[in-house]
Design a protein around this ligand. Structure first.
Ligand SMILES: [Zn+2]
Ligand SMILES: [Zn+2]
Length: 115
Protein backbone atom coordinates (compact mmCIF):
# COMPACT_ATOMS: atom_id res chain seq x y z
CA UNK A 1 0.00 0.00 0.00
CA UNK A 2 1.66 3.16 -1.19
CA UNK A 3 0.05 6.45 -0.37
CA UNK A 4 1.18 9.93 -1.06
CA UNK A 5 0.91 13.09 0.92
CA UNK A 6 -2.03 15.20 -0.25
CA UNK A 7 -0.08 18.35 0.55
CA UNK A 8 3.26 17.82 -1.09
CA UNK A 9 3.01 14.51 -2.92
CA UNK A 10 5.75 12.83 -0.94
CA UNK A 11 5.38 9.14 -0.33
CA UNK A 12 3.97 8.60 3.13
CA UNK A 13 5.80 6.40 5.59
CA UNK A 14 4.13 4.21 8.11
CA UNK A 15 5.21 4.79 11.64
CA UNK A 16 4.04 4.25 15.12
CA UNK A 17 3.38 7.25 17.28
CA UNK A 18 5.40 7.18 20.44
CA UNK A 19 2.79 8.79 22.64
CA UNK A 20 -0.44 7.16 21.53
CA UNK A 21 1.01 3.99 19.96
CA UNK A 22 -1.14 4.65 16.96
CA UNK A 23 -0.01 3.63 13.54
CA UNK A 24 0.07 6.60 11.24
CA UNK A 25 1.08 7.39 7.71
CA UNK A 26 3.36 10.31 7.98
CA UNK A 27 4.92 12.58 5.46
CA UNK A 28 8.65 12.97 6.09
CA UNK A 29 8.68 16.29 4.27
CA UNK A 30 5.83 18.36 5.65
CA UNK A 31 4.82 16.36 8.67
CA UNK A 32 1.37 15.39 7.45
CA UNK A 33 -0.05 12.50 9.38
CA UNK A 34 -2.93 10.25 8.71
CA UNK A 35 -4.12 7.57 11.02
CA UNK A 36 -4.34 4.11 9.61
CA UNK A 37 -5.73 0.92 10.88
CA UNK A 38 -3.27 -1.81 10.49
CA UNK A 39 -4.76 -5.24 10.38
CA UNK A 40 -1.37 -6.70 11.21
CA UNK A 41 -1.01 -4.83 14.46
CA UNK A 42 -4.57 -5.12 15.63
CA UNK A 43 -4.92 -7.87 18.17
CA UNK A 44 -5.94 -11.05 16.49
CA UNK A 45 -9.23 -12.32 17.61
CA UNK A 46 -8.85 -15.64 19.19
CA UNK A 47 -11.61 -18.00 18.42
CA UNK A 48 -12.94 -19.29 21.65
CA UNK A 49 -13.27 -22.98 21.51
CA UNK A 50 -16.65 -23.95 22.77
CA UNK A 51 -16.55 -27.13 24.68
CA UNK A 52 -19.33 -29.48 23.86
CA UNK A 53 -21.67 -29.70 26.77
CA UNK A 54 -21.12 -32.66 28.91
CA UNK A 55 -23.26 -35.42 27.68
CA UNK A 56 -25.93 -35.88 30.26
CA UNK A 57 -27.12 -39.40 30.54
CA UNK A 58 -30.34 -39.77 32.37
CA UNK A 59 -30.55 -43.10 34.04
CA UNK A 60 -33.83 -44.27 35.39
CA UNK A 61 -34.14 -45.38 38.96
CA UNK A 62 -34.78 -48.92 37.87
CA UNK A 63 -31.80 -48.95 35.61
CA UNK A 64 -29.64 -47.40 38.28
CA UNK A 65 -30.50 -50.25 40.59
CA UNK A 66 -29.65 -52.71 37.91
CA UNK A 67 -26.33 -51.01 37.30
CA UNK A 68 -25.35 -51.66 40.88
CA UNK A 69 -25.99 -55.36 40.52
CA UNK A 70 -23.02 -57.61 39.94
CA UNK A 71 -22.57 -59.02 36.49
CA UNK A 72 -21.72 -62.65 36.00
CA UNK A 73 -20.84 -64.74 33.04
CA UNK A 74 -23.87 -66.81 32.33
CA UNK A 75 -25.51 -67.69 29.09
CA UNK A 76 -28.86 -66.15 28.41
CA UNK A 77 -31.25 -68.88 27.26
CA UNK A 78 -33.07 -66.40 25.10
CA UNK A 79 -30.42 -64.58 23.12
CA UNK A 80 -27.25 -66.40 24.00
CA UNK A 81 -25.58 -63.38 25.55
CA UNK A 82 -22.92 -64.30 28.06
CA UNK A 83 -23.43 -61.55 30.60
CA UNK A 84 -26.22 -61.18 33.10
CA UNK A 85 -26.95 -59.27 36.27
CA UNK A 86 -27.30 -61.47 39.26
CA UNK A 87 -29.24 -61.13 42.49
CA UNK A 88 -30.64 -63.45 45.06
CA UNK A 89 -34.18 -63.76 46.25
CA UNK A 90 -35.00 -65.44 49.50
CA UNK A 91 -38.05 -67.57 49.02
CA UNK A 92 -40.49 -66.95 51.80
CA UNK A 93 -41.24 -69.92 53.97
CA UNK A 94 -38.59 -72.02 52.41
CA UNK A 95 -35.65 -73.29 54.32
CA UNK A 96 -33.70 -73.68 51.17
CA UNK A 97 -31.06 -71.29 50.17
CA UNK A 98 -32.04 -68.26 48.20
CA UNK A 99 -32.70 -68.54 44.54
CA UNK A 100 -30.37 -66.81 42.21
CA UNK A 101 -31.89 -64.76 39.46
CA UNK A 102 -30.21 -63.52 36.35
CA UNK A 103 -31.15 -60.74 34.05
CA UNK A 104 -29.56 -60.66 30.65
CA UNK A 105 -27.60 -57.45 30.09
CA UNK A 106 -28.49 -57.56 26.42
CA UNK A 107 -32.15 -58.47 26.11
CA UNK A 108 -33.27 -58.07 29.71
CA UNK A 109 -34.61 -61.57 29.93
CA UNK A 110 -34.86 -62.71 33.53
CA UNK A 111 -34.22 -66.30 34.36
CA UNK A 112 -33.44 -68.46 37.32
CA UNK A 113 -30.36 -70.32 38.16
CA UNK A 114 -30.26 -73.75 36.67
CA UNK A 115 -30.41 -76.45 39.23
ZN1 LIG B 1 3.80 16.27 2.81
ZN1 LIG C 1 -30.54 -62.29 26.50
Amino acid sequence: MIEFCPNCGTRLLMKRKKDTKEIVLSCPKCGYERQVESPILSPSRRVTEIKPEDHIVIIGEKEQKLKTLPVVTVECPKCGNNLAYVWQVQTRGADESSTQFFRCTKCGYTFREYS
